[in-house]
Design a protein. Structure first.
Lengths: 186, 463
């Protein structure tokens, strides 16, 4: 029996608007999460998602089912679209002072049950840190792959990952303080 | 460490599989609108270059085809004059006619004609004609008929022009158009696309040259073919791209705040346009045309709103009091508050308009370069507004409910440099300025100043 997603993909290949809508409804939620993780802070993740879907519909005829599942392919497009924008915008330089954070703070992140809250915290990371963090921690890329993808050195990738973790820890400390309110969306 | 815990890995996996909340119908509508817009935009950006390419190609094919069938063209000309100093000595055609197979639309440079006319007086013609040496004069492409008239004035053989259409028929009927004899030589090595003339000095008994749309005054034994009213009609295709500028004028005092809001939030972006018109030249210098224009204006609209979120703030001072020892004591705890954040939204709106256009223009020449100036007026026949803006209460409203579509008369001027590609075809590039205004139902006018670079072609049609 055919996978319903296959029928939708075939419909999209033929340019059927109904199939495109079904595909959007299937994947929009999960791909928005990806978009929020990788889109530069100054840009709207929803815009990036729309750009990605336009690319997906344009390039769907190049999708090869033998090389992986469709969701991973679409996910890859969303990431690349966001990273393209990041490359155009330039990676934001943030100077962080070294802070020795007590181990207890790690447990605060671990105990953060609400995925949405975690998403929100991660999305506040500076561009560059956020992308490295997500590529390494969520997508499981190696530093070498990240370096190639972002056109940076491997050492920079390692450094940015560590700094992003430090920053996350420091934010978790401040989560219960009003300072956190200063992080506003524009 | 942070990343060595299973719990952390689970969280990251959870992030990977997490689906963010999304308003599917709303977002799909937005995506669908963008896809439609992109489709239309693609069409616009491809349509005009394609049209231009098509017209150039058809012009080329038409010209190419014409050059191999010059004889019928000559026969079809209504008013032709053949001037010859020895009209009774029209020689045997097969022997003497010398001409290019691509001469139909070529004229000799004016200065050359004047110069050579002076050199070769009538007394010298016999000796000249007896020589068999070949001489080639420069030629140049001709599109604009007014230059022919100028030549008539300076041409010493003007008085000797007589109407002998029967002779021309005979000549053209008997002339092998693709014949290349020793008496002619190509001047220009460009390509076959450009018609060229080759004029030769020929023996007494030869028919010097037959030049459609041109003349060769210095040849005593030549035949000069003229057209009195050549190419009066033309087809004009123009594409335009440029930037716009908006101004606002309030019709009532109450709208000053609204206009300030418009000025702050609304920004004109690029516009593209095209025009197809058919025109006629008068007096070889002036022209009038009528046609259809399309214009698409893009604009960007920024609007901001403030979102409020309920939050709880920890470790806040709830109360202070002074105890019996005179110390100030603070009571702390969590406090409910509202977080206000500014959200900026950007919208891209567009106005598309199809209008009927009339234009009046003039061709002129500066330092041998051909130019044209034109004034035009457009009457909108169809206008489509896409997008949303804020009304005076800060609510979103559709653009088509803000502006009235049928009162935006458009006035414009155009100036361009014209390059003749062939006898019939000229391409041009120039500058267009257009002015129009939109009347708003909200009590203000928006004026548009459109500055465009234009590229186009004029194809002149033989009478």
């Amino acid at each position: 029996m055919n996978n319903p997603l296959d029928d939708i993909i075939n419909g999209c290949r033929q340019g059927q608007r109904k199939s495109q809508k079904q595909l959007f409804e299937c994947l929009a939620g999960s791909l928005l999460t990806v978009s929020r993780q990788y889109t530069p802070k100054a840009l709207d993740p929803m815009d990036n998602l729309q750009d990605s879907f336009i690319k997906i519909f344009d390039k769907i005829h190049t999708f090869d089912p033998t090389r992986g599942n469709f969701e991973s392919w679409a996910r890859r497009i969303v990431i690349n679209t966001a990273l393209d924008k990041l490359n155009k915008k330039g990676i934001e330089e943030v100077v962080l002072e070294y802070e020795h954070l007590p181990e207890i703070l790690e447990s605060k992140i671990k105990d953060t049950e609400d995925i949405e809250q975690l998403m929100h915290i991660i999305s506040q990371l500076p561009d560059g840190y956020k992308q490295v963090f997500c590529l390494y921690e969520i997508e499981g890329y190696s530093h070498k792959e990240i370096a190639e993808q972002l056109q940076i050195k491997e050492a920079t990738s390692r450094s940015q990952l560590n700094k992003s973790k430090q920053l996350l820890r420091s934010w978790v400390i401040k989560m219960e303080q009003p300072v956190f309110l200063n992080i506003q969306s524009e | 460490m942070l990343d060595n815990t299973n719990n952390w890995k689970d969280k990251m996996q959870g992030l990977k599989n997490h689906a963010s909340p999304i308003d599917l119908p709303f977002e799909w509508d937005a995506l669908e609108r963008r896809m439609e817009k992109r489709k239309r935009r693609n069409l616009i950006f491809w349509l005009w270059p394609m049209m231009l390419g098509l017209v150039l190609l058809s012009g080329y094919l038409f010209t190419k085809n014409k050059t191999t069938n010059v004889a019928p063209t000559l026969l079809q000309s209504n008013e032709k004059a053949v001037a010859t100093e020895h009209q009774n000595k029209i020689p045997t055609l097969n022997e003497n006619i010398s001409q290019s197979n691509q001469f139909s639309n070529v004229i000799k440079d004016e200065s050359t004609i004047k110069k050579e006319s002076k050199i070769h007086s009538s007394k010298e013609t016999n000796s000249l004609s007896s020589k068999t040496e070949k001489k080639v004069v420069s030629s140049e492409k001709q599109v604009f008929p007014n230059e022919i008239q100028d030549l008539h004035i300076t041409n010493p053989f003007q008085l000797k022009v007589i109407n002998t259409p029967q002779t021309m028929d005979e000549i053209t009927a008997a002339t092998p158009m693709n014949q290349q004899t020793d008496d002619f030589q190509f001047i220009d090595n460009h390509t076959n696309t450009l018609p060229k003339a080759s004029i030769s000095y020929l023996p007494m008994t030869s028919l010097g040259a037959i030049i459609h749309n041109a003349q060769q005054p210095n040849l005593s034994h030549s035949t000069i073919v003229l057209q009195k009213e050549p190419k009066p009609f033309f087809v004009d295709v123009r594409t335009m791209i440029g930037l716009s500028n908006y101004n606002y004028k309030s019709l009532t005092n109450e709208n000053i705040a609204l206009i300030d809001q418009r000025k702050t939030n609304e920004r004109a972006l690029e516009h593209v346009g095209g025009r197809f018109s058919i025109g006629k030249t008068f007096n070889h210098q002036w022209y009038a045309s009528i046609g259809m224009s399309y214009a698409r204006l893009q604009e960007k609209w920024n609007s901001s709103r403030y979102d409020t979120t309920d939050i709880t703030i920890q470790n806040q001072v709830l109360e202070t009091y002074t105890n019996h020892l005179g110390q100030v004591v603070e009571q702390t705890g969590s406090k409910h508050a509202k977080q206000i954040s500014k959200v900026t939204q950007t919208r891209y709106n567009s106005i598309e308009q199809i209008s009927a256009t009339i234009a009046l223009g003039k061709f002129f020449k500066v330092h041998k370069m051909r130019w044209a100036v034109e004034v035009n007026m457009s009457i909108p026949t169809y206008t489509k507004f896409s997008g949303q803006v804020l009304d005076n209460e800060g609510k979103m409203m559709e653009l088509n409910k803000v502006y009235q579509p049928f009162n935006s008369l458009q006035y414009g001027m155009h100036t361009s440099y014209i390059y003749p590609v062939s006898g019939n075809l000229a391409i041009y590039g120039g500058y267009d300025y257009n002015f129009s205004r939109l009347r708003s139902d909200l009590g203000y006018l928006r004026t548009h100043h459109l500055h465009s670079l234009s590229l186009g072609m004029k194809y002149f049609i033989n009478n």
